[in-house]
Design a protein around this ligand. Structure first.
Ligand SMILES: NC(=O)C1=CN([C@@H]2O[C@H](COP(=O)(O)OP(=O)(O)OC[C@H]3O[C@@H](n4cnc5c(N)ncnc54)[C@H](OP(=O)(O)O)[C@@H]3O)[C@@H](O)[C@H]2O)C=CC1
Ligand SMILES: O=C(O)CCC(=O)C(=O)O
Ligand SMILES: [Mg+2]
Length: 734
């Protein structure tokens, strides 16, 4: 789509809270970009939009939608790309099904989601739905490595206005529990391919050979890993943890990434559901299977399927009484950790708990110490070390703490986050082999039925780009820089053999340290506790985890992060924040017409996107717009114009009004472009003059329940009416 119709900047249409915010913010952006001749397009990567685009044959001409994700996937591989990417839903099965139901009710004749596909048609439909599930957007767009950090102004604001942190005490019983053997970490093997190769993945059993994957192609220099998690070891570990939690008197919690790790983690989650209800599955397993129960979908879906089976319900209740209390997602509504696989997502859930002094919410609607179960031990040590550090040293002080920036290896589906197509739940005991076309057996593991086997890879060009990005960032900041790599881990050892020669060749080896995740966590916490700064140079999973963990400790949220993806083909992808799509915020808007989503992440990304257009394409007006955006963002921070959490107080829409006003004022005040200054001077004056009217109209809108015409596929006009309630502001933006 990189043709003459490509707009200068593509803004993505997403879901939930950020999409609601866009209904208010995007008209402002367009009104400001137009006089500079900068065009802003949109592309729909929402869950509903992606469902619609996948099933044209079921829909009417008017209902059909182009596959915008595919188009964007092409665009990001060109130097023209300038994309502002808001967080979107990575759908779990229950979310996908809910979105399909909503669309069907709106008259979209989509096929039902086939839970147990049997006919060829059902299998084809299911395969299509599976492509939409989980983290289906980010891996397509992230054709570059990741640079995430708090902008200087944002960090300074957080230090001057420190958020509240829960107390940590040495006697906290909160703990992280991970497997000590039989997990992905323990079973990992890794090799760097000298030449380009194609591998076949097979399972050899007593009955013969099954091909799990016909052909996976790798360019020369690719690091290829293979590993598996033993189902038996996992079950034993989960059973042990349920008992240990009961003994310790803490809450049982499970922290997974069922969205991004959409094949492996729902299976692990399902094991936890089965282990939790073990006596029920032993007695009623067949009956529940008949009723369509799939433990991987969570306790919520299970309860729905057995709701007319009093005997099973009684058995569940009986088991519950023997279990420790569970960590709750919503204790008022009885929604537990195990209800929905995507409710507790590790990158958000663990930092929130740590920020709260290690406390989780229990079924009694009170906070308690918690056993945080993170089965695989590859990255669990990061959270374990953090918790132990705070137990020993007390909570972090955001007023004085330095910052942890991140340079993350992400491009071209690097590492575990690209492993879905090569992850398998093993159907029968045997040996899994990765065999190259010349017959070389690259990796081999002997496995049992139910084990989860997967292969992940990282390509040479992205790895080199990542190391170079780290060198640039270190040179720019002079900060302590640590590669979070464990030489005792197979994959990391391969990466280290890329990293060291590059650092040496560039003569900067003395500026970098290499440490295993546990040691790197402690070193980073010590550094920021002293008020100093550090750069965490990590793989893809730790990029994700750390860019929530440290921002949430330092700034209270990861929504305010600058999140730049320097695309390898020369374009720019500007992600807004590092956090999620805040479903809780939508609920509040629908009930009280108050949206507490903070668009600071969007403001930061917008500034970078305009400046990129200015610098990379020599568009001088765009540069002026971008610099003025930065001034406006500073204005929001300096004057405390971020949204408040409570109904009746200024919300996201007020914050957008102030953003427009400060932006217009900055444009009117600058002297680089007289036309823009002349255009925006009267707008700035009107926005100031009409302040009372505008904020009055915005305040008057709050308090009542609102109808958006849908959750996943809201009505454009209804949403616009809710999100743009100030006729005065709308008239000025004209
Ligand atoms: N880049 C992407 O596309 C990403 C997408 N996601 C997706 O988002 C969904 C939910 O993810 P989850 O990880 O649970 O996180 P949430 O979106 O629920 O965020 C967790 C909490 O962080 C706070 N928060 C996040 N963003 C903002 C913001 N802009 N302004 C104010 N507060 C904010 C809110 O806390 P409170 O209001 O209590 O202060 C929120 O409840 C999932 O579908 C997930 O896959 C997640 C991460 C990244
Ligand atoms: O794509 C997703 O599911 C979430 C991505 C994420 O959490 C991140 O990149 O920080
Ligand atoms: Mg994340």
């Amino acid at each position: 789509m990189a043709d003459k119709q490509t707009p200068d900047i593509v803004y993505t249409k997403v879901d939930e809270a950020p999409e609601l915010a866009s209904a208010s913010l995007l008209p402002i952006i367009r009104a400001f970009a137009a006089p500079a001749g900068v065009t802003i397009g949109t592309r729909d990567i929402s869950l509903a939009g992606r469902i619609i685009a996948t099933f044209p044959e079921y829909l009417t001409e008017e209902q059909r939608q182009e596959d915008d994700l595919a188009a964007l996937g092409e665009l990001v591989k060109t130097p023209e790309a300038n994309v502002i990417k808001l967080p979107n839903i990575s759908a779990s099965e229950p979310q996908l099904v809910a979105a399909v139901k909503e669309l069907q009710a709106q008259g979209y004749a989509l096929p039902d989601y086939p839970y147990e596909p049997s006919t060829d048609e059902e299998k084809a439909v299911r395969a299509k739905y599976d492509t939409i599930k989980g983290s289906a957007v980010n891996p397509v767009l992230r054709e570059g490595n990741s640079d995430r950090r708090a902008a200087a102004a944002v960090k300074k604001y957080a230090q001057n206005n420190p958020h509240r942190m829960g107390e940590w005490t040495a006697d906290s019983k909160t703990t992280v529990s991970a497997m000590s053997s039989g997990d992905f970490f323990s079973n990992e093997k890794s090799t760097t391919l000298a030449d380009a190769a194609t591998a076949k993945i097979v399972l050899e059993t007593a009955e013969g050979e099954t091909v799990l994957k016909e052909a996976v192609s790798y360019p020369a220099g690719t690091v290829v890993d293979a590993t598996y998690m033993s189902a038996a070891a996992l079950d034993a570990f989960l059973a042990e943890q349920i008992e240990a939690t009961k003994k310790a008197g803490t809450l049982f919690s499970l922290h997974m990434k069922a969205t991004m790790m959409k094949v492996s983690d729902p299976i692990i989650f399902g094991h936890a559901v089965k282990e939790w209800l073990k006596p029920v599955f032993e007695k009623y397993g067949d009956k529940m299977k008949e009723l369509g129960v799939n433990p991987n979908g969570g306790l919520g879906a299970l309860l729905e399927r057995v709701k007319d089976e009093p005997e099973i319900l009684a058995a569940i209740e009986e088991v519950r009484e023997t279990r420790p209390p569970m960590y709750m997602v919503n204790s008022d509504k009885g929604i537990t950790n195990l209800h929905v696989p995507s409710d507790v997502i590790i990158d958000a859930s663990m930092p929130a708990l740590i920020r709260d002094g290690g406390k989780g919410w229990g079924p009694d609607n009170a906070q308690h110490d918690t056993n945080c179960v993170i089965p695989d031990s590859s990255y669990a040590p990061v959270y374990d070390a953090t918790i132990e550090y705070f137990k020993a040293n007390g909570k972090l002080d955001p007023a004085t703490a330095g910052t942890v920036q991140n340079i993350g290896l992400m491009a071209q589906k690097a590492e575990e986050y690209g492993s879905h197509p090569t992850t398998f739940e093993i159907p029968a005991a045997g040996t899994v082999k990765m065999i190259l076309e010349d017959g070389t057996v690259l990796h081999s593991h002997s496995v049992e039925k139910g084990d989860i086997w997967r292969s992940a890879s990282a390509r040479k060009a992205p790895i080199e780009d990542w190391v170079n990005l780290a060198i640039e960032r270190q040179a720019e900041t002079g900060y302590r820089a640590i590669f979070w790599l464990d030489e005792a881990r197979a994959h990391d050892a391969e990466l280290i053999s890329f990293v060291k020669p590059i650092l040496e060749a560039k003569g900067v080896a003395d500026k970098f340290e290499i440490m295993a995740p546990r040691e790197a966590t402690v070193a980073s916490l010590e550094t920021i506790t002293k008020g100093e700064n550090t750069i965490a140079i990590t793989g893809n999973v730790l990029r994700d985890y750390l860019t929530d963990l440290f921002p949430i400790l330092e700034l209270a949220t990861s929504a305010k992060m600058l999140s730049i993806v320097k695309l390898m083909q020369g374009g720019g992808l500007f992600e807004t924040g590092a956090g999620g799509s805040a479903p809780k915020h939508v609920q509040q808007l629908m009930e009280q017409n108050h949206l507490r989503w903070d668009s600071l992440g969007e403001f930061c990304a917008l500034g970078e996107s305009f400046k990129f257009l200015g610098n990379a394409k020599g568009n001088a007006k765009a540069k002026v717009l971008g610099e003025a955006v930065d001034a406006a963002t500073q204005g929001i921070l300096d004057n405390g114009r971020s949204p408040s959490r409570k109904v009746g107080e200024p919300d996201n829409r007020d914050s957008h009004y102030w953003f427009a006003r400060y932006w217009a004022e900055a444009l009117a005040a600058q002297s680089d472009d007289a036309d823009l200054a002349g255009h925006f001077a009267p707008i700035a004056a009107q926005l100031a003059e009409k302040e009372a009217e505008i904020t009055g109209e915005l305040a008057a809108a709050q308090g009542q329940a609102v109808d958006l015409g849908g959750y996943y596929h809201g009505d454009f006009d209804k949403t616009a009416a809710v999100m743009r309630p100030s006729a005065t502001l709308n008239a000025i933006l004209g």
